[in-house]
Design a protein around this ligand. Structure first.
Ligand code: AMP
Ligand code: MG
Length: 318
């Protein structure tokens, strides 16, 4: 059988070096992180960053998250503050992104920042992106490796499904451990959650010992995750539904969810963490099986359930 996945590569030393060369030549590549797969390019290079926007069909007003190897590199591009240090010590590396003020000496491409004076930064935990950052001399701009407004990829094959051979290189780091995008917190003013994720608000409040604002209604779009239709599987999604209609798939959760051909259980033992991990994969499967739309049972709105509901709400355009 013909192997169509010629651009998917194991993350061994040789391939990490090839990935490095690709990125140094201003190409963009698919890279695993613990949240979702990223489309990564040199954050200091306008050329690389423009390629990311073009491939993703991403509006140029949507700035990109910049991924760093460590704190000392981070300091070159952003101004740190006390809340950041507390959260960094407790949660990094990990699935949390911080919006901070740009350092005057920063070399980050203005296109990556959509010309803002702030930068969204993350220190990822996944071994493969860490190994890659360790052999590079610059940070990586890496939004999720999907066409804008669509589902994020949680495996190397998902990245291939999105871009095919339009990207030359995809590093295969297996299935993403979390499977939903990072929590984003703006620390340039009173700590504000711009996007819920794997790290709960409660946890953050306990660390910085102050109340965190949860941004619900957005007057102005400051984050890609705030665009109205986002995380879309490409077919209509209806939330908080008990039953499926004709030709509709039903996504449910827990032991009591009935087994049926059109039923998809995110976690048989009722784990929200597992449900979050299976969400995008399940929606991709449903789309491939040619269902016309998706109905979703009510998902408990606690812990990572808040992040699941945030994505489902946006997928349903509500
Ligand atoms: P995404 O690339 O879709 O995973 O989302 C990136 C997120 O980072 C957005 O949701 C924004 O909240 C945030 N963001 C990225 N860059 C900036 C920036 N320069 N200033 C403020 N927020 C940013
Ligand atoms: Mg995205």
């Amino acid at each position: 059988m013909k192997n169509i996945y010629l651009n998917i590569h194991k993350p061994n030393l040789l391939n990490l070096k090839k990935a490095k060369r690709n990125i140094e030549n201003n190409n963009v590549i698919g890279v695993p992180t613990e949240t979702v797969y990223g489309l990564a390019g040199n954050a200091y290079s306008n050329k690389s960053v423009k390629k990311i926007f073009k491939l993703k069909k991403r509006p140029s007003i949507n700035p990109l998250i910049i991924h760093f190897k460590n704190l000392s590199d981070l300091k070159k591009d952003v101004i740190l503050n006390a809340d950041f240090i507390k959260l960094y010590n407790a949660l990094c590396p990990g699935p949390i992104t911080f919006v901070l003020n740009k350092n005057k000496k920063s070399k980050i491409s203005n296109f990556a920042l959509a010309r803002k004076k702030t930068v969204a930064v993350r220190i990822p935990k996944h071994r493969v992106i860490k190994d890659l950052l360790n052999i590079l001399k610059f940070p990586l701009a890496a939004p999720s490796a999907n066409i804008s407004s669509k589902l994020s990829p949680t495996s190397a094959k998902d990245v291939f499904d999105e871009f095919g051979n339009k990207i030359k290189f995809i590093l295969d780091g297996g299935k993403c451990k979390i499977g939903l995008e990072s929590t984003i917190i703006d620390l340039t003013k009173k700590p504000t959650i711009l996007r819920p994720g794997g790290i709960s608000v409660k946890k953050i409040q306990n660390i910085i010992k102050k109340k965190v604002i949860l941004k619900k209604k957005f007057i102005k779009i400051t984050a890609p995750g705030q665009l109205k239709l986002h995380y879309s599987p490409g077919i209509p999604v209806e939330i908080n539904k008990k039953y499926a209609k004709k030709h509709q798939a039903l996504i449910g959760f827990g032991k009591k969810f009935k087994v049926a051909k059109n039923h998809f259980n995110l976690s048989k033992n009722g784990s929200l963490k597992e449900a979050a991990n299976n969400l995008y994969k399940t929606m991709r499967i449903i789309k491939k099986r040619k269902f016309k739309s998706i109905a979703v049972n009510r998902i408990p709105n606690k812990d990572i359930g808040c992040a699941i509901n945030d994505r489902l709400k946006k997928a349903s355009n509500k």
